[in-house]
Design a protein around this ligand. Structure first.
Ligand code: COA
Length: 260
């Protein structure tokens, strides 16, 4: 499939998806969601790709939200459908089984902010701006914003930003835990690659289990989360990588993980 709205490249086991609708500040329309879905499935199935960076094209926006032109005429039924399409694609990111980092340079508003929250880590340039301005349009977030924002920054602050549509500076986003790091724009890509490469030196199965255990644990009770943790801990113990990792520590050398 040739992509009209995305750029896609891979280098050293790392894939980079760039949302590429610069003239619309990378706003997400149906065509972009379908392309994202397609490329994410390919990345999920491709064993040679071990991590993913998601970014936006141009120096103004990561993603300025859902495409307002496309959503303006949605009916009740079509609205539910459009919301579920975006939610499905963002869940695919969250459940990719490989670490995903959002690299934000510029506006991450509405669906853009929601896209960053579906990623496992968020790195932003110092000029970036976040927010959930849907309420300005008489709308609510439809791609997970009402659920992931309170999980990330707490109910009180999430409600404040959802209800006021206030814009959040990169520095403020860092202070409230919405982003992991703030760096100058020109260092964003390198910082993302460096962190992914660091993660890729770890046991791949353990990385996958951590992503899954944290995600599933946050969606259930503490008891359920602890039970999933115990299961995954046991499954990690049964891997060759765990034997190699512990042996390497005791032999004072670097481990050679095989993902088995
Ligand atoms: N959907 C569709 N088009 C969008 C868009 C969106 N979410 N965000 C920006 N665009 C388009 C603008 O309509 C404009 O297109 P045009 O040149 O054909 O008129 C182009 O992108 C540039 O945007 P513009 O508004 O002129 O840039 P700006 O620098 O003045 O403002 C923003 C930047 C991000 C503050 C402003 O575009 C904005 O508020 N966008 C909507 C954010 C939003 O509400 N997102 C949630 C949607 S549910």
């Amino acid at each position: 499939m040739a992509y009209q709205n995305l750029l896609f490249e891979t280098e050293d086991s790392i894939a980079v998806i760039t949302i590429n609708r610069q003239e619309k500040l990378n706003a997400l329309n149906t065509a972009t969601f379908l392309e994202l879905n397609d490329v994410l499935l390919k990345i999920q199935q491709d064993g040679s790709i071990r991590g993913l960076l998601i970014t936006g094209s141009g120096d103004k926006a990561f993603v300025a939200g859902a495409d307002i032109e496309e959503i303006q005429d949605l009916s009740l039924e079509k609205g539910v459908e459009f919301s579920k399409l975006g939610q499905g694609v963002f869940s695919l990111i969250e459940n990719l089984g490989k670490p995903v980092i959002a690299l934000i340079d510029g506006y991450a508003l509405g669906g853009g902010c929601e896209l960053t929250m579906a990623c496992h880590l968020r790195f932003a340039s110092d000029r970036s701006k976040f927010g959930q301005p849907e309420v300005n349009l008489g709308l609510i977030p439809g791609y997970g914003g009402t659920q992931r924002l309170p999980r990330l920054i707490g109910r009180s602050l999430a409600l404040e930003y959802l209800l006021t549509a206030d814009i959040i500076s990169a520095q403020r986003a860092y202070e409230i835990g919405l982003v992991n790091k703030v760096v100058p724009s020109e260092e964003l890509l390198d910082t993302g690659k460096k962190t992914l490469k660091q993660i890729l030196t770890k046991g791949p199965v353990a990385v996958k289990y951590i992503l899954e255990t944290v995600h599933r644990g946050l969606n259930g009770t503490l008891e359920e989360g602890l039970s999933i943790e115990a299961d995954h801990f046991g499954m990690a113990c049964a891997t060759e990588d765990m034997k190699e990792g512990t042996r390497a520590f005791l032999e004072k050398r670097k481990p050679e993980f095989k993902g088995l």
